[in-house]
Design a protein around this ligand. Sequence first.
Ligand SMILES: Nc1nc2c(ncn2[C@@H]2O[C@H](COP(=O)(O)OP(=O)(O)O)[C@@H](O)[C@H]2O)c(=O)[nH]1
Ligand SMILES: [Mg+2]
Ligand SMILES: [Zn+2]
Length: 343
Amino acid sequence: MLHEGRVIQVDAKVCHVEVEGRILPCVPRGHHFEHRREERRPFAVGDLVRVDLSDVPGAIEERQERRTVLFRASAGEGRRAQVLVANADQVLVVASIRDPAFSPSHPDRVLAAAEHGDLEGIVCVNKVDLARKGEAEEAAGIYRRAGYPALLTSGLRGDGLAELRAALEGKVTVLAGSSGVGKSTLLNALAPGLDLRVAPVSERTGEGRHTTTGVRMVRLPFGALVVDTPGIRNFALWRVEAADVRLLFRGMRGLERRCRFPSCLHCEEPGCAVRSAVKRGKVAPSRYASYLEVLDECQRERKESASEGRREGRARTPRQPRAPIEDEDASEAGARRGPRERR
Ligand SMILES: Nc1nc2c(ncn2[C@@H]2O[C@H](COP(=O)(O)OP(=O)(O)O)[C@@H](O)[C@H]2O)c(=O)[nH]1
Ligand SMILES: [Mg+2]
Ligand SMILES: [Zn+2]
């Protein structure tokens, strides 16, 4: 008899699967490792699976089709995609107004990855207790005008917690945001007693080394599932065509229909409706700047993977999974470049 479960953590050898309220270690059956080319591991946090519990550990027999996905690029030979979270409803991207200073680039990228994977996006402008008058509203306004809900919160002082709780209730939410913006503090404020220090920490600290990403799903007492992504600095856009990057930026998408050229990438083309909207204050300059960054990265990635494909003759045989422990910094360095390095 098979049981329905949900993967809540993926370690090197086992997946931790929540089955009828219990968390059980389960091992994927061997056939899950065959016929995979681009994906590094067969299971991700959030996967809905059917498990056979007649032995310990149990065995994962089947995986449901994924409704949504968030990728993380895995660098190195072959550059395969890695699904970091499956079947989440939404991404909540937390950005602090100060300490660290508000920077719209990170939320923009996360929101683009959410669009790409069919997830909803919510922005949380946090540490409003440190904001000067109007500052937090201004930051939130960038996202609200683009069409995203934006909350004003302070995990420390308690602002906006009721709204945040309402936004998470009944949903599976991926928590994103740079280190130090206050994610753990917010979760602890929402669910006191939930000891987040037990969460696997990023490999950089040297702890939690048995886990592959440190990504883990936790259940909050008011009926919310939250995926914490410590140490994951960014989600990846996996092989997106330049023309499709246009569709990942809410507030700008749709405007391409009014550009003089249908193929307009909103860079330097004449008669560009997006650039004109930026000039008229209809599109935030920071959103447009983030779009150009993401466009540039996607174009570069496609070029690199095309040349890799040529080198490898394209007919690659399916690989066995390699040692899944990877260094966060090493793998991110190949996958992402900072905005400074554009052009
Ligand atoms: N002023 C202020 N500081 C905060 C707030 N939330 C968190 N902090 C501080 O910011 C630092 C990082 O918080 P943490 O929750 O660990 O951030 P995380 O890395 O995103 O999980 C800690 O020193 C917190 O005390 C807030 O709402 N206001
Ligand atoms: Mg934290
Ligand atoms: Zn254009």
